[in-house]
Design a binder for this molecule. Structure first.
Ligand SMILES: Cc1cc2nc3c(=O)[nH]c(=O)nc-3n(C[C@H](O)[C@H](O)[C@H](O)COP(=O)(O)OP(=O)(O)OC[C@H]3O[C@@H](n4cnc5c(N)ncnc54)[C@H](O)[C@@H]3O)c2cc1C
Length: 475
C-alpha cells in the first residue's frame, strides 16, 4: 500500500465516509491479488461506495486528479482485470455495497440489480419470483453481476440463452468525470441509434463503472434430463451435439466436454466426486436438456437419442441421472475441475473457442504438439464444447519442477494461440483480456479493430483513468 496524499484521502472520506476508505494493508490485501495469486498490485486506497451518487462523485474526483480507478467485483476473473498495477497510484473501487435487487418485473420478465449483487443472489431473486435467470458459472457464489457484465461472462447455459451480452436490457453506468448514463431500460426493442450499452459489456471496467443493470428473465425450468456420456474421441461430441439438437427440438441447455485427465483430477481431489462408469474412457460429456414445460418427456428423448448413438458407436457408455442428488453430483464433478487442478501444482490455462466443426482436428493437432514439446505437462481439457469453447489447460506432471514448467508458459501460449488462430478461433472465449492478454489482443486483433477500440476508449475516457493498462496498453 502507498499512503494516499492526505488531501486525496480526506476528499475520499468526505465522499464515502471514514468506513468506506480502506488504507490499512491487512484490510486492502484481498483486493490486491487475484484469486489464483498470479496478479498482484498496490493501491492508493480501496474505496467502497454505497450509492450511485458516491460512485459519481468518486469518478469526478479521480478524473480531475488523474487517479486511475480499478473497478473490483467478486475478484474471480482469470485475467487480473480487477487488480491494480504496482505503481501504488491507482484506486480500487469495490462494488460490494451496491448489492440491492432494485426490482423484479414478472410481467416484463426482467430484473434490475445493482452491480455488487452476487450472481447467485440474482438467480435466487428470479427464482423467488417464479422466473429463471440463466447465467450460471462455477464462481456464481462469489462473482458479481457487475463483473459478469464487464467480462461478458459465458458459463454453462450459453448454448440456449447466450452470453451475458445477450441477457442485458439496460445499464446504469458512471462515466469518468462523474456523468451518469441512465440507461436502465427494460425494452426489448429500441432501435434508436448506436447501442451504447453494448460497449460496456466486455469492456472490463475500462470505459466506466457499471452500477446497475436490467436483465432478462425466462420461464422457470420445470423438466430436466441429464447424463454423463463416455466418448471415444472429441469428434463424437460434435456429432452427438448435432444429433441431440435435432432429436430434442433444440432443448439442450448444457453440453460440457471433460477429458479423462480432468475427470481423474476431480475424482482424486474433490470429496464426494466419483466416476459413474466402471471402465475408463478418453472423453466424457455432461449434457443436459431442459424445458419450462413440466410434462415434457426429456428423459425419454435423451435415453432414446443416446441409445441410437450407442448403436452407432458414437457413444461408448452413458449414465442417465435418476434423481436431483445424482444430477448435483455430476455437476459437482464438472464444476470442481478448476479447483482439482490446483491440487496438482501449476497449470498453463488457455480459454479458447473454435468453430465447432474444426474442434476435433484442433484438439488432435494441439495435443500432439503438447506431447512433443511439453514433456513435463499433460493436457487437462474441458469446457463448454457446445459453444466451441474449450479450457485447454496443461497441468504440471507429478514430480516435475514447478518453475521449469512455468518457464514454458510463454512459448506454450504462443503455440496454442497460433494454432487457434490458424483454425479460425479466438484466444479468449469468455474470460476477457484483463492485464494478462493485452499483448495477445495486439497480436490478433486487426489494425482497424485496434484503432476503433482506442478511439472508443479516448471518447469515453479522455484522461485514461478507467482501469489503465487493462484490455488496451496505456497510450
Ligand atoms: C471456479 C470458477 C469458474 C468460472 N467459470 C466461468 C465460466 O464458466 N464462464 C465465464 O465466463 N467465466 C468463468 N469464471 C471467471 C469469472 O467468474 C467471470 O469472469 C466473472 O464474470 C467475473 O466476475 P467478478 O465479479 O468476479 O469480476 P472481477 O474479477 O472482480 O472483475 C472482472 C473485470 O470486470 C471489471 N469490473 C468488475 N465490476 C465492475 C463494474 N461494476 N463496472 C465496471 N467494471 C467492473 C473489473 O475491473 C475487471 O476488469 C470462473 C471463475 C472461477 C473462479
Amino acid at each position: 500500500m502507498t499512503a494516499p496524499a492526505p488531501a486525496l484521502a480526506g476528499r475520499l472520506r468526505e465522499i464515502v465516509g471514514v468506513d468506506g476508505v480502506l488504507t490499512d494493508p491487512a484490510d486492502c490485501a484481498p483486493f490486491l491479488v487475484d484469486h489464483l495469486g498470479r496478479c498482484r498490485g498496490r493501491a492508493v486506497a480501496v474505496v467502497q461506495p454505497r450509492s450511485l451518487a458516491h460512485v459519481s462523485q468518486l469518478l469526478g474526483l479521480c478524473d480531475s486528479e488523474r487517479v486511475g480507478v480499478v473497478p473490483h467485483g467478486g475478484n474471480t476473473s482469470y485475467c487480473g482485470g480487477a487488480i491494480p498495477d504496482d505503481s501504488g497510484r491507482q484506486l480500487v473501487l469495490s462494488l460490494k455495497h451496491l448489492n440491492r435487487i432494485r426490482s423484479v418485473d414478472v410481467t416484463n420478465y426482467s430484473l434490475t440489480a445493482e452491480a455488487g449483487c452476487i450472481l447467485s443472489q440474482v438467480q435466487q431473486a428470479a427464482d423467488a419470483a417464479g422466473c429463471f435467470f440463466p447465467l450460471s458459472l462455477g464462481s456464481q457464489g462469489s462473482c458479481q453481476i457487475g463483473g459478469n457484465l464487464s467480462t461478458n461472462a459465458g458459463g454453462v447455459n450459453v448454448l440456449r440463452y447466450g452470453m451475458m451480452r445477450d441477457l442485458v436490457l439496460g445499464l446504469e453506468v458512471v462515466l469518468p468525470g462523474g456523468r451518469v448514463l441512465e440507461g436502465l431500460s427494460s425494452l426489448r426493442k429500441d432501435n434508436t441509434g448506436y447501442d451504447i450499452k453494448s460497449l460496456f459489456l466486455g469492456a472490463e471496467g475500462t470505459l466506466g463503472v457499471i452500477t446497475a443493470a436490467t436483465v432478462k428473465l425466462f420461464p422457470q425450468i420445470r423438466a430436466r434430463a441429464t447424463a454423463l456420456v463416455a466418448l471415444p474421441e472429441v469428434r463424437a461430441a460434435v456429432t452427438l451435439l448435432g444429433q441431440l439438437r435435432a432429436a430434442s427440438g433444440d432443448r439442450i441447455s448444457s453440453f460440457e466436454l471433460i477429458s479423462r485427465p480432468a475427470l481423474e483430477l476431480a475424482t482424486r481431489h474433490i470429496p464426494g466426486v466419483s466416476d459413474p462408469f466402471t471402465a475408463a474412457h478418453p472423453w466424457y460429456l455432461l449434457c443436459e436438456l431442459s424445458s419450462a414445460r413440466a410434462a415434457e418427456p426429456l428423459d425419454e428423448v435423451l435415453e432414446e437419442a443416446l441409445g441410437a448413438a450407442l448403436t452407432r458407436a458414437t457413444v461408448l457408455d452413458a449414465a442417465l441421472v435418476r434423481s436431483e442428488r445424482e444430477r448435483a453430483a455430476l455437476w459437482k464433478l464438472r464444476e470442481s475441475i478448476p479447483e482439482a487442478q490446483r491440487h496438482e501444482g501449476a497449470s498453463l490455462k488457455h480459454d479458447i473457442s473454435l468453430p465447432v466443426a474444426v474442434l476435433a482436428d484442433f484438439v488432435t493437432r494441439a495435443a500432439s504438439w503438447i506431447g512433443a514439446n511439453v514433456p513435463d505437462g499433460r493436457l487437462v481439457a474441458y469446457g463448454h464444447v457446445g459453444d466451441g469453447n474449450l479450457h485447454f489447460n496443461i497441468s504440471q506432471s507429478a514430480g516435475s519442477d514447478r518453475e521449469r514448467f512455468l518457464g514454458r508458459a510463454d512459448s506454450v501460449r504462443c503455440a496454442v494461440h497460433e494454432l487457434v488462430h490458424e483454425f479460425g478461433g479466438s484466444f479468449s472465449a469468455e474470460h476477457g483480456i484483463g492485464r494478462l492478454k493485452v499483448g495477445e489482443l495486439e497480436r490478433y486483433a486487426s489494425p482497424v479493430e485496434l484503432a476503433l477500440m482506442r478511439a472508443v476508449k479516448r471518447a469515453f475516457d479522455p484522461h485514461g483513468i478507467m482501469n489503465p493498462g487493462k484490455v488496451l496498453r496505456e497510450q
